[in-house]
Design a protein around this ligand. Structure first.
Ligand code: ADP
Length: 476
């Protein structure tokens, strides 16, 4: 399979391509992705710029029909798209199908939003004057996406972009071209005018800066690593370009003495290790009060011992492989760092399976303190550490003692502590008796502190990023 870039309504070959390798079985090459150059990016931006003017004038019905078509097809093909996603990214098949379904639901949600775009009409403070506040498209939006949610993250940027009348250039992550290509192929048949949606494969460090620097790209929505995000924000600041960033997390999950132990164990194991821990919302710091600590740690260790790490497409696999060799090396290095800092590690070694892939046993690191690197730096793998604390107050302080602020959770049966935690956790999302990862598609997603920058993604709040506000005054 050749994954070509999609520019101005045409699929384009390139002289260079890179293989798309299955992390569960490196002898399985799914296909080859185009490596587009900056000149291709320029043409995609030009196409979006030209077509964007037409799409900005489209009716809500036209936008609804396009988004509804895309959402309907993704949902109808969720099993096939989910399998493709699991094969290229390594999450388990149920996780892959779940993600594909989510992408479909997001398009359906924003199809509905096309019919609900409103403004405000107000009386002026001056006599015989009316005021109306309206939203209009931003123009061309550049979308840069990571490898860990290969279809859902592009979906939650593309769907609102199109719903609010913008043209799109998508630059997906190099590791997961198949999902982006499949999504683009569906979009290409949706009735969207040529050039409104463009997909440019290629190296992020090469075509990415070109997209950001272009004066025809009016806004950038980025999800990825902190260093790349910071660089993009700096550049956009210089250019006074609208920008939205979703980056890392070091998400705490507090477990109090009064928690239901079974719920706490399930919540922590799911949040920390499912999807191989490769979620920016993963629970990587488990902060546990001393009364439940011993029971909690032994129950989590027992639960981990019962989980199968293996090929993502096997029915008995609970945890798929790490995405690639580089990420696996980083995960193993952090396990090593944690041990050298004095942590006690259970699991965390590379595993061999029938197929050659990037398999790693989930690692639980106990006897850590919050100042250790393992508790301050994002690993982005199946690694969680445990910090023992005296009581709720110390738990909250430790939970907030991080430069990140994406998602924050607590397991407790106390209404008082749950209520206090929701109000005082320094995070964009708070979970009570639920994993820090796993969110709904119709409400805002995003963080505070070093995790996010700019306005929220998803739900009705997406309008903030994908539109400009205009205030008009009329004298009768
Ligand atoms: P990760 O470590 O998860 O791969 P990155 O931040 O490197 O995170 O990548 C996220 C996305 O950003 C990818 O699509 C990648 O190609 C893109 N990217 C990487 N470097 C740049 C850059 N300098 N400018 C714009 N996009 C970039």
């Amino acid at each position: 399979m050749e994954y070509k870039s999609f520019i101005g309504g045409a699929w384009e070959e390139t002289s260079n391509s890179t293989p798309n390798i299955n992390p569960s079985d490196i002898s399985d090459t799914l296909g080859h992705a185009a490596v587009s150059e900056v000149a291709d990016m320029d043409r995609a931006i030009d196409a979006a710029h030209t077509a964007g003017a037409v799409w900005a004038g489209s009716t809500p019905q036209q936008r609804f029909d396009v988004l509804d078509f895309i959402g309907t097809e993704i949902l109808a093909r969720k099993a096939e798209l989910g399998e493709l996603l699991s094969r290229e990214e390594g999450k388990t098949l149920p996780e892959g199908i779940g993600e594909a379904a989510r992408a479909g639901q997001i398009f359906k949600f924003f199809a509905g939003e096309t019919l609900r775009q409103t403004g405000d009409v107000l009386a002026s403070v001056r006599p015989n004057v009316g005021v109306d506040v309206t939203r209009s498209p931003v123009g061309v939006v550049g979308l840069i996406t990571p490898w860990n949610f290969p279809i859902a993250i592009p979906a939650w940027k593309i769907a609102p972009a199109l719903a609010f009348g913008n043209a799109v250039v998508l630059k997906p992550a190099e590791l997961v071209p198949a999902s982006a290509h499949a999504l683009a192929e569906i979009i290409s048949r949706s009735g969207l005018p040529e050039g409104v949606f463009n997909l440019v494969f290629g190296r992020g460090s090469q075509v990415g800066p070109r997209m950001i620097a272009s004066n025809k790209v009016n806004a950038i929505s980025f999800t990825g690593s902190v260093p790349t995000g910071r660089g993009i924000a700096a550049e956009c600041g210089q250019l006074l370009k609208k920008v939205q960033l979703e980056m890392g997390g070091k998400n705490p999950m507090v477990v109090l003495d009064d928690a239901d132990l079974d719920i706490a164990v399930e919540t922590c194991v799911n949040g920390a290790f499912f999807s191989t821990g490769q979620r920016c919302t993963a629970s990587s710091r488990l902060i546990v009060t001393e009364g439940i600590y011993d029971n909690f740690v032994s129950a989590v260790e027992a639960r981990l011992a019962g989980l199968n790490v293996g090929h993502a497409l096997r029915a008995d696999t609970h945890i798929g492989p790490v995405v690639d060799e580089k990420q696996l090396a980083q995960d193993l290095e952090y396990v090593d760092i944690a041990a050298k800092e004095g942590g006690k590690v259970v699991g965390g070694q590379r595993l061999n399976r029938d197929t050659e892939g990037f398999f790693m046993a989930p690692a639980l690191v106990t006897e850590t303190t919050n100042s250790m690197r393992i508790n301050q730096e994002e690993v982005f793998g199946p690694v969680a550490s445990v910090v023992k604390v005296k009581d709720y107050d110390e738990a909250l302080a430790v939970a907030n003692d991080t430069e990140f602020g994406l998602s924050s959770g607590i397991c407790t049966t106390s209404l008082k502590h749950a209520t206090h935690y929701k109000a005082n956790a320094e995070a964009g999302m708070v979970m009570v008796n639920l994993p820090t990862a796993g969110v709904d598609y119709h409400v805002p997603f995003g963080g505070t502190k070093g995790s996010s920058f700019g306005s929220r993604e998803q739900g009705t709040y997406a309008a903030e990023f994908y539109t400009r506000v205009k205030t008009s005054y009329t004298q009768a």
